[in-house]
Ligand binder design. Structure first.
Ligand code: HEM
Length: 506
């Protein structure tokens, strides 16, 4: 009996020791390479928020390390669970990694999340989740349908969506009053726009009954929620990547895949039968790709790449921007004057005219700076290289080590943006955004060859909605909504965004 207990206790000790060793094995990694290791270093790595649920959040953990080391160091060594990762603290070094030394940091940590489960076939088509030559091919295929010229030709889709948005707002006001939950409104707008752009269908989100959730929106919401949760699950799996294969982890849910497969099949069939054959949209681009050898799986994968951020991220940017403008009536009024002046000269603004409105661009840039929906990016070193960390210190990076660029932290640092917590669109006067991006401290869409490929789509959606709303309504705050780290990837408005829409007198 005692022998059995003794053996069991021994086995438990050995198991604990094995887990401990497994988790801490690399902890001298940075020290051996002459790079400072960030403290505190726990058994769960530098950011316990990756593994611990709810109580902590990765983006807040990164903030702590950033605050502690940013003034003295260009970068510090960290551990993402047990994986060595260099946290960049100097924007110039971020620029070096993203742009100048791109060939050494070509892949992203997210691109290591797929490939282990062949069933998860649509996600593998997305450049966001691809590596190496696959990434290059997928990116080239995807961006072909999102060039300024293509968007210009598809611009009526956004114009129509803008009109439907106004009609929907009016119906809500008549049925329910002036206060409208604006998160819901933003998702309705991006769902409508993306369904029309990608599949040529009316998603029914702005044309159906007030408050009704159409099947397209329900599936898209469930699917994007689960996709973002998947990113978090996969970040956790960095602690033991072999588990992905063992557990057959996947990104996209089977139900959603079936829905979008059927939708894409039907939309292609309809278009082939001649319906909408004169349209330039993403569906027409998918057909061109099929003519060059793309399969139906490729078509669905590309469609979902656009939907993920075209629906979710763009809506998040939109309702944050509306909320911020509702908090800043003076800036809202200044923006409205710019819009009114442009509309007085030409009632139907063209794609180029919309993109040439300087204050609208400044307000969007400033809103993106404050919100930064994708708060950090992680690159994998794909070719050995050295990074100069200053003070005679050089980091030798080997393939496999990763680097984190903390865009959110740069955007909220008073050193780069005096009074960084304030909404001041004038910071972005005279094309300052591109100068700041080149300095590495303004990265709402990343930078370099892996810069967001849907940047123009996202900007177009947000600008179109703002143009329509502000030219018809005064938007006011009714309740303050706190900003909170929600999923661990970013810091967002946490709660309903109830704004008051008062029709402007003409
Ligand atoms: C305003 C909304 C958007 C924001 C703030 C945003 C932000 C970003 C950021 C920061 C990255 C870089 C991540 C990295 O470097 O690892 C990125 C990449 C990407 N974005 Fe966006 N995005 C937005 C809209 C879109 C849209 C509408 C699409 C699709 C049309 C899209 C598709 C992608 C893809 C596919 C990548 C990966 C590119 C690659 O790795 O080559 N995004 N986005």
């Amino acid at each position: 009996m005692w022998t059995t207990v003794g053996l069991l206790l021994g086995a438990v000790h050995v198991a604990f020791a094995a887990v401990y060793l497994y988790l801490t094995w690399h902890h001298k990694y940075w020290q051996k390479r002459g790079v400072l290791t960030a403290e505190p270093l726990t058994i769960l790595g530098t950011y316990p928020g990756v593994l611990a649920d709810k109580s902590r959040s990765l983006i807040l953990d990164v903030q702590e390390v950033y605050n502690k080391y940013k003034d003295q160091h260009r970068a510090v060594g960290t551990f993402l669970t047990r994986q060595p990762q260099l946290l960049v603290l100097d924007p110039a070094l971020a620029h070096e990694v993203l742009v100048d030394k791109f060939s050494h940091f070509r892949d992203t940590v997210t691109s290591s999340f797929v490939g282990h489960n062949p069933d998860d076939r649509f996600v593998q088509v997305s450049p966001f989740f691809s590596a190496g030559d696959d990434w290059k091919r997928r990116r080239t295929e995807s961006v072909g349908g999102l060039t300024p010229n293509k968007l210009k030709m598809a611009f009526t889709i956004w114009e129509q969506s803008g009109k439907k948005l106004l009609e929907y707002i009016e119906r809500v006001r008549q049925e329910r009053g002036d206060i409208i939950e604006t998160r819901d409104l933003a998702y309705r707008f991006t769902a409508n726009t993306m369904a029309d752009f990608i599949w040529g269908i009316d998603a029914g989100t702005l044309t159906g009954a007030v408050g009704e959730t159409s099947p397209f929106q329900k599936t898209s919401t469930d699917w994007t929620n689960s996709a973002f949760k998947s990113i978090i699950r996969f970040n956790k799996s960095l602690v033991a990547p072999f588990l992905r294969k063992v557990l057959r982890m996947r990104f996209f849910t089977k139900t959603a895949e079936q829905f979008y497969l059927q939708l894409t099949r039907d939309a292609l069939r309809l278009r082939h039968s001649g319906s909408g054959s004169d349209r330039t949209d993403y569906l027409s681009h998918l057909i061109q790709l099929q003519q060059r050898g793309n399969t139906l799986t490729d078509a669905v994968g590309h469609a979902l790449t656009v939907l993920l951020d075209g629906y979710e991220t763009s809506a998040a940017v939109l309702y944050h921007m509306l909320y911020t403008l509702s908090e800043h009536p003076e800036e809202q009024e200044k923006l409205r004057s710019e819009l009114a002046e442009a509309l007085a000269a030409d009632e139907h603004l063209s794609y180029e005219q919309l993109n040439a409105l300087p204050y609208l661009d400044q307000c969007l840039n400033e809103s993106l700076r404050l919100t930064t929906p994708i708060g950090f990016f992680m690159r994998i070193c794909t070719k050995a290289t050295q990074l100069d960390l200053g003070q005679g210190q050089v980091a030798d990076l080997e393939p496999g080590a990763s680097v984190m660029i903390p865009a959110y932290q740069f955007h909220h640092d008073d050193a780069f943006y005096p009074e960084a917590s304030l909404f001041q669109p004038d910071r972005f006067e005279n094309g300052a955004a591109s100068v700041l991006t080149k300095r590495g401290c303004y990265l709402p869409f990343g930078d370099g060859p892996r810069i967001c490929l849907g940047m123009r789509v996202g900007q177009l959606s947000v600008k179109t909605a703002i143009l329509h709303i502000l030219s018809q309504y005064q938007v006011e705050q009714t309740t303050k909504v706190p900003m909170d780290a929600d999923t661990g990837l970013g810091i967002f408005l946490n709660g309903d965004v109830q704004l008051k829409y008062t029709k402007l007198k003409k």
